[in-house]
Design a protein around this ligand. Structure first.
Ligand code: F6P
Length: 321
């Protein structure tokens, strides 16, 4: 069956570059003669019948904007078989015969479950700051989030150094330490606490004590939210070393802002690739970019945990401390 109308939605936590992906999906589809419908608030929009027709102009001037014009949500109802049946009904009501979902691992799990329940053509685009998806080197949004966190840590470094303090900075990433690891290396931090590696407080305290003896006056330790909370780490380090600590939780600041070029390019390439796949009659797949090449992964494999360069990055941090 050849497809005539594509639906597109963004789901889960928004990430900078999602709009660029929506734009690319919509314009690629329209250019190849397909109709396009935008689903508002992710899977919840399918439950609530919140669907809008999209033309070329509907995605004008959004390539540079953070957030998502389609809005996003996490839908409890869609998780149930009845919710998915309502969603299918909405798709049929709007004559949508294929769906592009843009989101992270939760979004992909939703797509896999939907695909298990109904043989409806569906393709995933990795959009999340967390970079927790297999089948792509990076997810759309993570480069911008890393750069946003980096700017914040550069500012923190000024005060940490001036007031000779130990700073613990907590970054997002859900269960992934990707943002923490990258931003720690890029900011010249002394250590990173991440879910992928057991953290040894004793080793850190020893390093701090030895560093202090050698005249080191300030420290920046990045912690991933999925590994340890900054206030607790700050308290523990202060109690065990007797030194002054402060903490900063960067939070949702990392999710907003203008997407960097890398995220816009990735989103633009992947939007077109997703439409191409659906055109070819593929379903249950996710698109990504590995070593600069567009890749296609089974959606079921894409939700596994990716490898990170944990050892290499941590070792480098220690060497350059
Ligand atoms: O998945 C993206 C993400 O920003 C995670 O890094 C974070 O744990 C979570 O979403 C926060 O979710 P919420 O916006 O619902 O607080």
């Amino acid at each position: 069956m050849s497809i005539k109308k594509i639906g597109v939605l963004t789901s889960g936590g928004d990430g900078p570059g999602m709009n660029a992906a929506v734009r690319s999906v919509a314009r690629s589809a329209l250019s190849s003669g397909l109709k396009v419908a935008g689903i508002i608030r992710g899977y919840q929009g399918l439950i609530d019948n919140n669907v809008v027709e999209m033309n070329h102009r509907a995605v004008s001037n959004i390539i540079n904007r953070g957030g998502t014009i389609l809005k996003t949500a996490r839908s409890e109802k869609f998780r149930t078989p009845e919710g998915k049946a309502i969603a299918l009904n909405t798709l049929q009501k709007h004559n949508i015969d294929a769906l592009v979902v843009i989101g992270g691992d939760g979004t992909y799990r939703g797509a896999v479950d939907f695909n298990n329940q109904f043989p409806f053509p569906i393709v995933g685009i990795p959009g999340s700051i967390d970079n927790d998806i297999v089948g792509t080197d990076e997810t759309i949004g993570c480069e911008t989030a890393i750069n946003t966190a980096l700017g914040a840590i550069d500012n923190i470094r000024d005060t940490a150094q001036s007031m000779e303090r130990i700073f613990i900075v907590e970054v997002m990433g859900n269960r992934s330490g990707y943002i923490a690891l990258r931003v720690a290396l890029a900011s010249g931090a002394e250590d990173a606490i991440i879910p992928e590696k057991t953290f040894d407080y004793r080793a850190l305290n020893k390093e701090i004590e030895e560093g202090t003896k050698k005249g080191k006056i300030s420290w920046i330790i990045v912690t991933a939210e999925g590994a340890a909370k900054a206030p607790e780490v700050a308290k523990t380090v202060s109690m065990t070393t007797g030194l002054e600590t402060r903490f900063a939780v960067l939070g949702h600041i990392q999710r907003g802002g203008c997407p960097v070029a890398a995220d816009r390019i990735l989103a633009t390439r992947l939007g077109a690739a997703a439409v191409d796949l659906l055109h070819k009659g593929e379903s249950g797949k996710a698109v990504g970019v590995i070593h600069e090449e567009i890749t296609v992964t089974d959606l079921r494999d894409a939700v596994k945990r990716p490898d990170s360069r944990t050892e290499e990055y941590i070792n480098l941090m220690k060497k350059l401390m």
